[in-house]
Structure formats: structure tokens, C-alpha cells
Design a protein around this ligand. Structure first.
Ligand code: PMT
Length: 408
């Protein structure tokens, strides 16, 4: 469910409690458990009576979920079992959440183990409803949803629209696993970038010389997407400008898709005046074919002498943002360096482009850099200080970079 470059160790060891209500989507809670456990979270769960009609307590126990609760006053449960999840957990997720459980929580009812545990939980509560569209649209459900959304401790992930199990169409499908996963993690992580507007570029650019052929590079966008995801987890308003890529990001992150360096330049120049932080990870083509033929270039026309394409320079986005940087803005550049001793090159870029730091990655080290799940970087600052980071997942690298930026 979660790709390796998004692996994040910062939540490892924390406890999460998962409530599971009656819905055909209940089986998806098992996948969510596995995903949280992969990130080192300890997961406990409560099945409602209806939830236990769809999956069993044994399914959860077999996955290592512990403790597993079902009903109030179940034999063998601790006498304070109704308080335990709230006392131990950093977040309480209910997925799928039924109309019944939403109603109980909205009204402060506590007549089942899950509703009682939710009412007693001081931690953030994340609700991912799933039900028939008529149940979801019902006036009573919408009133309850509205009341719950007013509470600071509640984060509601609306259901997706589409075909539901009974054949009806509409809003009611459980939101996607990754959306629920990351929204839950967001409720557990700090908010030191709260309200900060962050512009992030990622991916390659493509520079065409005819309608079907282009010049580009192997950037996958993984590093920049990890920067975006982790900034969002820490509360930032994130706007990405990205070249062609297949990176998944939560719906809360705005993305502007571009193809060429000049399109990326235009989009960044538009966003930058309203941003607090710019983080440019994109592998922008420094040059583009000076002209783009509107017809496919024929092989036969160049068979004898070969094909020569003159190139023209592209705008340097990082430099231009640096030139337009206002007081209080932070600008982060990335550098893909292949030279062993690249410190002097990095310092030169910091000074000439007015940067607050450069993240330098050795692209020649195998298993890191372009398209890899991991990266190995050194973060350089204008005062010549540098912080080398160990090889780790791109999300862990990104988390550490934000730690360094927030500490400045
Ligand atoms: O996308 P992945 O597969 O995960 O790979 C990640 C990465 C290796 C691409 C990434 O970590 C990285 O190093 N990005 C910068 C790549 C690069 O083009 O470096 P550069 O030295 O050419 O450019 C330096 C900086 O100027 C970068 O911040 C770049 O975004 C920016 N730039 C470059 C050229 C240009 N015309 N405009 C720019 O803004």
C-alpha cells in the first residue's frame, strides 16, 4: 500500500488504536493494520458487534494486533478496558466508521465498547466513514458529520464517490487506504510547519524536438514527493509543481503538472510571491532543443550525416526565485553532484543563488539518488556548516531536512 521511498521511521513505537464498524469495507482495515505495523506502529483494535460480522477478532490477533476488544464487559478484559486505548494511543482511527458510530460520537453516547472508548479518548480521532450513499446523505448523518467536523480533535476523511457494494452509485465508498493512512499519521505528527506555504518542484522536465521525441533525465520525483508529503505531515500548505511522474500524494497537497522547464518556470514564478519556503528538487533540463518541429523528424532524412540538434539554455528557476526572494522567505536547492569533492561547487551555488541551504546528493552512489527508494545527502548552509545524513528512505531524509530547516 505504501511505497518504500515513503517509509518514515519517526512514528515507530507509537501506539495506534483502530475501531472497525459494520461494513463490507471492514476487510480493508486489515490492510491498514499491516501498513501501520510496517512503519513500526503498535496497533490495537476494537470491533463493533456489526464489524465482527464481517471480520473476526482472530483475523486481527493473527496479524499481531493487540489488544483486540469487542464488547463492554467482555470476560477477560481489564476492568478499565474502556479507557485503555485513549490512555495509550497517539491517535484513534475508525475505519470503516458506520452512521451508527458517527451518531453515537456526535451525541456523546457510550453504550458500546467502541463508542465508550472514543468518548474517553483525549487523542486525535480520525474517522473514515463507509456506508450506502443514502445512509451517508441522510439528514441525520450529515448533521452528525457537521457536528463532528467542528471539533478540533476530530479529523474526518469523507467517503469517495463511486459504485458501492449493493450496486448504488454515490458518496459512500471508504476513502483509499493511502489517504486514510497518511491522514492518520498527520494527526500523530507535530505541526511545526503549520500554516507555512511551501512550494516544491519535483520530477524531470521534457524538452521536445519533434512531437514524439524529447530530451530528459531519469528523475522519478520520489525525493520531491517525499519532501512534499513530510511538509504536509508537519502541517504545511504544500503546492507542488511537477514534471511527468507517477508519485501518489494526499488530496490535501495541491499539484500543478508541467512538462517543460519553461512551464515549470512560469508556474513557480506565479506561486513564489505567496510562498514562505521554496524547495526545488526537480531535475530541470538546463537546455532544450532550440526548435521543435511540428512534424515527426524522418529517419531517412538524416541517415547519411546523422542528426544534429542545436540546444538553447532554459531559465534557471532556482536562481530566479533567489533573485526575487523577499525578507523571511527560505529557499532550498538540491544538487545532483557527481564530483567527489563538491563542497566548493555547492557553496558557490548557495552564495550566487541566495539560498538558505543546498541538499547535495551523490548521484554516483548505487542504491541512492535518481529513482531509488533511498537517498544519501549532505545539507550545506551558507555559514559553511554541513550536516551529512545517513543513507535512509527518501521520506526519512526529507523529515531530517525539515528538522534542520525548522531549527534554523
Ligand atoms: O526524482 P528522484 O528520482 O527521486 O531523484 C531525486 C534527485 C536526484 C533528482 C534529487 O535528489 C536532486 O538531486 N535534484 C536536483 C537535480 C538537479 O538537477 O540538480 P542541478 O545541480 O542540475 O540543479 C541544482 C538546483 O537548481 C536544483 O534545485 C534544481 O531543481 C534547480 N534548477 C536546475 C536547473 C534549472 N534550469 N532550474 C533550476 O531551478
Amino acid at each position: 500500500m505504501i511505497p518504500d521511498h515513503y517509509y518514515l521511521s519517526t512514528v515507530a513505537g507509537a501506539r495506534l488504536h483502530l475501531g472497525i464498524c459494520g461494513s463490507i469495507a471492514a476487510y480493508k482495515a486489515l490492510d491498514l493494520c499491516r501498513a501501520f505495523q510496517k512503519f513500526g506502529l503498535r496497533v490495537g483494535a476494537t470491533l463493533t458487534r456489526a464489524g465482527a460480522e464481517f471480520i473476526t477478532p482472530l483475523s486481527l490477533t493473527a496479524l499481531g494486533v493487540q489488544p483486540v476488544y469487542t464488547r463492554l464487559f467482555a470476560p477477560g478484559d481489564d476492568v478499565y478496558a474502556h479507557l485503555e486505548p485513549g490512555q495509550e494511543s497517539r491517535a484513534f482511527l475508525v475505519a470503516p466508521a458506520s452512521a451508527n458510530t458517527l451518531g453515537k460520537l456526535a451525541s456523546g453516547l457510550a453504550d458500546t465498547m467502541l463508542s465508550c472508548q472514543l468518548l474517553a479518548a483525549p487523542c486525535p480521532i480520525v474517522l473514515a466513514p463507509a456506508m450506502n450513499p443514502n445512509l451517508w446523505e441522510a439528514e441525520a448523518t450529515q448533521e452528525n458529520v457537521h457536528r463532528l467536523e467542528q471539533r478540533d480533535s476530530v479529523h474526518l476523511i469523507p467517503p469517495d464517490r463511486g459504485l458501492v457494494a449493493c450496486g448504488d452509485q454515490g458518496a459512500g465508498r471508504l476513502a483509499s487506504g493511502p489517504e486514510i493512512f497518511w491522514k492518520t499519521l498527520q494527526s500523530m505528527t507535530g505541526s511545526d510547519l503549520q500554516g507555512r506555504r511551501v512550494l516544491i518542484t519535483f520530477g524531470p522536465t521534457r524538452e521536445f524536438w519533434d512531437p514524439v521525441r524529447y530530451w530528459s533525465n531519469p528523475s522519478s520525483g520520489k525525493m520531491g514527493a517525499a519532501m512534499a508529503l513530510t511538509a504536509w505531515l508537519r502541517g504545511a500548505d504544500v503546492h507542488c509543481v511537477c514534471g511527468p511522474n507517477s508519485q501518489w500524494l494526499p488530496q490535501g497537497i495541491v499539484r500543478t503538472e508541467v512538462t517543460t522547464a519553461r512551464e515549470m518556470f512560469e508556474a513557480c514564478m506565479d506561486i513564489w510571491p505567496r510562498a514562505d519556503i521554496g524547495c526545488l528538487t526537480a531535475a530541470v533540463c538546463d537546455f532544450r532543443p532550440a526548435a521543435c518541429s511540428d512534424q515527426k523528424i524522418k529517419k531517412s532524412a538524416h541517415q547519411k550525416d546523422g542528426l544534429s540538434i542545436p540546444f538553447a539554455p532554459n531559465p534557471d528557476i532556482l536562481r530566479t526565485l533567489g533573485e526575487h526572494k523577499r525578507e523571511g522567505q527560505t529557499l532550498i536547492g538540491f544538487a545532483a553532484e557527481s564530483e567527489a569533492d563538491h563542497d566548493h561547487l555547492v557553496q558557490d551555488k548557495i552564495q550566487t543563488k541566495h539560498l538558505n541551504c543546498i541538499v547535495a546528493n551523490r548521484i554516483t552512489q548505487s542504491g541512492t539518488g535518481f529513482n531509488a527508494a533511498q537517498n544519501s545527502v549532505t545539507v550545506h548552509f551558507p555559514d559553511q556548516q554541513k550536516t551529512p545524513l545517513p543513507t535512509m528512505s527518501k521520506a526519512d531524509v526529507a523529515w531530517k531536512i525539515w528538522d534542520l530547516i525548522c531549527a534554523k
